[in-house]
Write a protein that binds this ligand. Sequence first.
Ligand code: AP5
Length: 209
Amino acid sequence: MSWKRIALLGPPGAGKGTQAKLLAEKTGLVHLSTGDILREEVARSTALGKAAKGWMDKGDLVPDDLIVDMIRGRITGADGFILDGFPRTVVQAEALAKITPLDGAINVVLSQEEVIHRLSSRRVCQDCGKIYNLLFDPPKVDMRCDACGSPLFLRSDDNPDVIKNRYNVYTQETAPLIEYYSKQGLLYEVDGKKPSRDVLDRILNLITG
Ligand code: AP5
C-alpha cells in the first residue's frame, strides 16, 4: 500500500520543495512546507510572521513551539501529507509523533558544496511558488514564471552568509533526525545530486512499495 504520511528531510537546497511539489501533483497528497507557510505569514505581517522574520533572515530556526502550533491543525486536517521542512529538530519530531505516526522519512542527501552552488542560483515565482534554478532549470522567458508569467525573485535567505549559517544549523539541529528515524526503521535515503526526474522516480518507488 502507498505511504500517506511522508516527511522529506535534507539540508537546505537538497530539493525538498521541488520534490514535494512534484509528489503532491502525482499522489494528490497535501504538500505542507513550514518555510512556505512562514514566508506567507511574513508577507502578510501577521503576529507570527513578525516574530519569525528575525530568525528566518539570519537562517536560524524559529522556536519549536511556534512551529508545532502552526502546523498541528494542517496535519490533523489532511488525509495524507508530504512534510517539507518539518520536523527540523528532535523536539519537533517528538511532537509530530504525538499528532500522527509517519509511514517514512526520506532523507534527500546533498553535499555542502552543492547546496551553496544551487541556492545561489535558485529563483522562485512570487505568485505560484514554482522553483527554478538559473543553472539547472531556468525559465523559458528571462526571470518570468513558465506557469503563470509572474516575476521570479531571489529569496532573502539565499545569500552566501545566510546559506552558510542555514547549513550549520542543519548540521547541528536537523541532522540528528537521521539517527532518530533510522532507529525507528523509518529512514530512507535518496541521492539528491541526481537529476530531479530520477530523484522523483526513486521516491515514488519507495512510497508505492
Ligand atoms: P525552508 O523554506 O524550509 O528552507 P530550507 O530547508 O533551507 O530548504 P530550501 O527551501 O532552501 O531548499 P529545498 O530543499 O526545498 O530545495 P529546493 O527544492 O528549493 O526554511 C526557511 C526558513 O524558515 C528556515 O531557515 C527557518 O528559519 C524557518 N523554518 C522553516 N521550517 C522550520 C521548522 N520546521 N522549524 C524551525 N524553523 C523553520 O531546490 C533548491 C534549488 O535546487 C532550486 O533552484 C531547484 O531548482 C534546484 N534543484 C532541486 N532539485 C535539483 C536537482 N535534482 N538537480 C539540480 N537542481 C535541483
